[in-house]
Design a protein around this ligand. Sequence first.
Ligand SMILES: N[C@@H](CCC(=O)N[C@@H](CS)C(=O)NCC(=O)O)C(=O)O
Length: 203
Amino acid sequence: MLTIWGRLNSHNVKKVVWLAEELRLNYQRHDVGCAFGMDDAYSAKNPNALIPTIEDGDVVLWESNAILRFLAARHGGDALWPADPVQRALADRWMDWQFGYAEAQRPAFHGLVRRSPEQRDPAAIEQATVTCNRMMKVLDAALSLQPWLSGAEFGLGDIPMGVYAHTFFALGLAREPLPHASSWYERLKTRPGFAANVMIPLT
Ligand SMILES: N[C@@H](CCC(=O)N[C@@H](CS)C(=O)NCC(=O)O)C(=O)O
């Protein structure tokens, strides 16, 4: 049984839960982080005081994208995380790229979702929105050449940015048409693990 610690309204936790469902793993999730706090037992597993953390048999692991790679490699065979180094690297780069995107989107997410209107910084939200649109155009151009960020098939490379793209579209941050990114997002919505765990109200 896989154990996942982390509140589900966290982007980084959503990634892990979505993958667990793609892999049809038996798992239990415990709410940790923000209002749920972190006890000493949790801090002993993850010295960063961040979520998510998993325990899978003999392994305790933190860092969401490392968790994705580990679970796919251990439980997924070749399907979501191809052994071929070229295919793998072309998908993997989107997983690293996501951390830069997350930095760009954070002021918009926190400003619009986690702050009251009086606490908002409109200039920071505007700057974040401009940067996110610029980055999403890069993603849109990639998806004009292939159906998935992972290549011809859905895979691990789609999961981190899939989670952040939901926030981008759900917050209405798009300033201009992103036809390929939009149709990729529509296809993600048909995946049960995405619909159930990523497309939840933003809080
Ligand atoms: N690079 C880390 C970042 C983890 C992270 O920043 N997690 C946030 C939530 S998305 C967190 O733990 N925030 C503090 C909290 O929830 O108490 C990862 O990908 O796992």
